[in-house]
Write a protein that binds this ligand. Structure first.
Ligand code: ZN
Length: 252
């Protein structure tokens, strides 16, 4: 039997995986030798396979993430280990997509660590709240309204203070999600600017000072105090956000 291009393309992937019976494999080999198009397609598959292998070896994926993806695949009824000797788009596309996602996530985790990583999440939380117009779930400048609301949703009690008389009126609060946990987000205003102040408990010993960062057009301030960690973020200039942090610290 001779096989045509369509059949050859169907068998390419299985051939690459050495899953074809010897006779079919021989027919594919024969076709590849005589057909430039299919042999190019085969070479592309080999190159793709190799580069994915290199990526996978280069980035170490956390076991928990791998397990989660496997669980997702089971849930989606994608047979991760059930390789059939026929070209099928969906499992391949899913596998490629999963590999790309894994590589990307691993790369992101490698690039940033600790405070950098939290800083990115703080920026994302701030941008999300402003862009989606989802600043506050409890809109109040009264700390006696905001504090109990937060305490009822969280397993800690973040310090909240209205700073209207100092030029930073409290607009309210909402829950957010940073550093793999629910956190309090206090929202303050200063002129037309919004300040998000993210708060959650920390194990870290206090008094490491305040760290400032400027990223993606935002200014961030981070400090620990009284068993809590604080991240203030705004498009305010660094001096004004420092004033805010000092004001907040002396008010509570
Ligand atoms: Zn061909």
């Amino acid at each position: 039997m001779d096989i045509d291009c369509m059949q050859a393309r169907e068998y390419l992937h299985a051939h690459l995986d050495r899953e074809l019976d010897p006779v079919t494999a021989m027919h594919v080999e024969t076709h590849l030798k005589s057909c430039a198009g299919c042999s190019r397609a085969y070479a592309d598959q080999v190159a793709l396979r190799n580069s994915l292998k290199q990526q996978a070896a280069y980035y170490t994926v956390p076991a928990s993430l791998a397990a989660r993806i496997r669980a997702d695949m089971v849930e989606a009824k994608l047979p991760a280990s059930d390789r059939r000797p026929r070209w099928q788009w969906f499992p391949l596309a899913a596998a490629v997509a999963a590999t790309v996602v894994i590589s990307w996530m691993a790369a992101v985790q490698l690039e940033s660590s600790g405070d950098d990583r939290i800083g990115e999440q703080v920026i994302a939380g701030h941008a999300r709240s402003v862009l989606t117009d989802h600043l506050v779930q409890v809109a109040s400048s009264d700390q006696h309204t905001v504090k109990p609301w937060l305490s009822s949703k969280l397993d800690f009690s973040p310090p909240a203070a209205d700073l209207t008389s100092q030029g930073f009126p409290l607009a309210g609060a909402r829950l957010d999600y940073v550093n793999s946990r629910p956190v309090a987000a206090l929202v303050y205003r200063h002129r037309e600017h919004v300040i998000n102040l993210f708060i959650w408990p920390t194990e870290k010993a206090a008094a490491q000072g305040t760290t400032a960062a400027s990223k993606q057009g935002y200014n961030l301030l981070h400090w620990d105090n009284g068993g809590m960690t604080f991240w203030a973020i705004s498009d305010l200039n660094p001096a004004d956000i420092k004033t805010f942090a000092d004001t907040y610290a002396s008010a509570k």
